[in-house]
Design a protein around this ligand. Structure first.
Ligand code: ADP
Length: 464
């Protein structure tokens, strides 16, 4: 069978199936309880008629006086006009008196036997030819504890059957009709409720990586579909933003890569213009080597940024941060001293965290290198402390500080406060440091006073 492809068709089918099940259960309950009540009423009426018949029988000296006839129509019957069949048997089981439509029907042996044992019975007998059902009550007539006769009262069940048939008809016609109406209703309701989904599908089809500007802009409703539409639009906005950022990043990266390459080409162009002295060639080679170094450093930074998000905490190891920070300080101290700067450490022992060694070294090298790079005199201080389960590492310098309007952006990729001083870096160092800190579940904050210096505070979750 072909699967139903739309949600509304499935919804309509479910509604119809559910209603059908409820109607079948409810109909069966009504039908059978009505049938039971009606037959109980018939039985009561038969029993009542039997006792009236017995009361009307003339008993003399413990014998039935058959000279008196029994009344043809007792006064109380549930079915009103319908005739009752009343028969009186002697204790031997022979009919002595009978009146009514079914008086010629043979009495069943079982009912006569039961009456002889002074028990009364109900039975439903069928006339196969006329297809009618007749309910019989058979009971003993007792005088002074002695069985003196048997009374039988019968009534056909045609009225009961008619009533039940009418109910069945109503259920069989009304039920499917109701189910049909519910199915159509369900279909249209679902179609109405799901109309915005079609719009979402339509919009999603229009979207490509090149153009993420499409939005649903559905009127904001606080239902599931409304929230889906809002979420969808918000997701598109985020994707749009991140695609734009990536495109900008690629453009910036290409631009940065072009600078050292252009410099190399210029050096080569000049040196090849004419024959040069060996010293000139040496100088040119060393210039080219410098540019190649810049190029390598830049590509490494780009690689690090590209990899940044993919580092998995599963591969983290326990790292002695105290030792790591001391190593970083030791390796950069010559650089600081070459500029006449002091590099002071204030690092307690026993700071541990879970992380990736190379990344963490890079993080702190970038910060200390920046401090050295941008500070002309004074000192750089590398300090660390543990606070609750957090480690706080501060790289402070006595450099020029960062103008407040630049502070929010210095962690952006390729952002430099003074873009003209290109020699100093590509503006990726802090972006990489922040990426690494975040990958470790941490953060970096900066505070700076113009003319007095800057302090970068790295917060990382520690290990006990
Ligand atoms: P760069 O490669 O230019 O150093 P960074 O991402 O490391 O790139 O830094 C971004 C900018 O933030 C730098 O261009 C610089 O202007 C500023 N900056 C970073 N660290 C310091 C510091 N310690 N003192 C003053 N300015 C800083």
């Amino acid at each position: 069978m072909k699967r139903l492809r739309t949600l509304r068709a499935r919804f309509a089918l479910w509604v119809a199936a559910l209603l059908l099940a409820v109607l079948v259960a409810f109909g069966a309950l009504v039908y059978f309880s009505l049938a039971r009540d009606l037959s109980a009423a018939i039985d009561d009426s038969l029993q009542l008629s039997a006792s009236q018949a017995i009361a009307a029988v003339n008993i003399e000296n413990g014998q039935i006086n058959f000279a008196d006839s029994i009344p043809e129509n007792p006064t109380v019957t549930t079915t009103g006009e319908r005739d009752l069949t009343i028969r009186i048997f002697n204790p031997g089981g022979q009919i002595i008196q009978a009146s009514g439509e079914f008086s010629a029907w043979p009495a069943t042996a079982a009912s006569i036997t039961a009456a002889r044992q002074q028990r009364s019975t109900f039975e439903t007998l069928a006339d196969p030819k006329e297809q009618i059902l007749v309910r019989f009550y058979t009971g003993p007539i007792i005088e002074n504890g002695q069985l003196i006769g048997i009374v039988q009262v019968a009534q056909d069940l045609e009225d009961v059957q008619k009533t039940l048939n009418r109910l069945l008809q109503a259920l069989l016609i009304g039920g499917p009709l109701l189910v049909l109406v519910a199915a159509f209703g369900g279909y249209f309701l679902a179609a109405r409720a799901l109309a915005p989904i079609d719009q979402i599908i339509h919009t999603a089809r229009r979207i490509s990586a090149e153009d993420l500007s499409a939005r649903l802009n559905l009127p904001a409703t606080d239902d599931e579909v409304g929230r889906l539409a809002t979420t969808f639009d918000a997701m598109l906005a985020r994707l749009d933003e991140s695609f734009k950022r990536e495109r900008q990043f690629t453009a910036d990266a290409s631009h940065e890569l072009r600078t050292p390459l252009a410099a190399m080409q210029a050096i080569l162009g000049v040196i090849r213009e004419e024959r040069r002295t060996p010293e000139d060639y040496e100088q040119a080679l060393s210039d080219i080597s410098e540019e190649a170094d810049r190029l390598r450093a830049l590509t490494e930074d780009l690689l690090q940024l590209a990899r940044g998000d993919t580092q998995s905490p599963a591969a983290y190891a326990k790292i002695d941060l105290s030792a790591l920070l001391n190593d970083v300080a030791d390796s950069l101290r010559p650089l600081a001293e070459a500029k006449g700067l002091a590099l002071n450490c204030n690092i307690p022992n026993g700071l541990f965290l879970s992380g990736e060694m190379d990344g963490l070294i890079r993080l702190f090298v970038n910060l200390v290198e920046n401090a050295v790079k941008y500070t002309d005199d004074g000192a750089i201080t590398l300090s660390a402390q543990a606070e609750a389960d957090q480690l706080r590492i501060i790289v402070a310098d006595t450099g020029p500080g960062i103008p407040p309007e630049h502070l929010p952006r210095i962690f952006d990729r390729f952002y430099r406060v003074d873009a003209s001083r290109t020699q100093r870096g590509a503006g990726l160092g802090l972006a990489i440091a922040l990426d690494i800190a975040r990958a470790h579940g941490g953060a970096i904050e900066v505070s700076s006073t113009l003319g007095a210096g800057s302090a970068f505070t790295v917060q990382l979750p520690g290990l006990r």
